[in-house]
Design a protein around this ligand. Structure first.
Ligand code: 5GP
Length: 139
């Protein structure tokens, strides 16, 4: 799926205003317009891809370098000590804007990310078969 033409491409291009907090050759970060908490920031590759698994190694590496740095700055600026990094892929997984982005969401008394975490049982034979399949897919 192409992410070209999303609102985030327009923000990166400066066609739509935002509160930018970070920019380098491959990465762009700005305040979320509808924050879950004080300091909610979005971190994007400039590469216009919808899903994380579509990213080039270069963009992935650049995001990996920038994310912890921006997390440190958000913590320093807000005084938060706990936070979530969230990255949605696909509308069924709550992705609204089809351009890869990571949410940095400080956890504060006033707000943060709510998670319904409902683990299921994983039988050991099923775990062995599944891990094997994933390792094979990585070849
Ligand atoms: P998603 O559900 O796709 O992971 O999250 C999209 C995020 O983008 C939402 O948190 C939403 O508030 C934010 N967002 C959508 N449009 C804009 C915009 O025009 N400007 C900014 N700053 N954030 C936006």
């Amino acid at each position: 799926m192409s992410a070209a033409g999303t609102i985030f491409s327009k923000i990166i291009a400066g066609e739509i205003p935002c509160q930018c907090v970070y920019e380098d050759e491959r990465v762009f970060a700005f305040l979320d317009i509808a924050p879950l908490s004080h300091g909610h920031v979005l971190v994007l590759p400039k590469e216009a891809k919808a899903f994380l698994h579509e990213l080039s190694d270069e963009s992935a590496a650049a995001i990996g370098r920038a994310l912890p740095r921006i997390c440190r700055a958000v913590l320093a600026a807000t005084g938060a000590t706990s936070y979530n990094v969230l990255q949605n892929n696909g509308s069924a997984a709550h992705q609204a804007v089809m351009h890869v982005h990571f949410h940095i969401i400080p956890m504060t008394t006033a707000g943060g990310l709510g998670i319904a975490w409902k683990p299921v049982h994983l039988a050991s034979d099923e775990a062995v078969a599944l891990a094997t399949k994933i390792r094979e897919a990585l070849q």
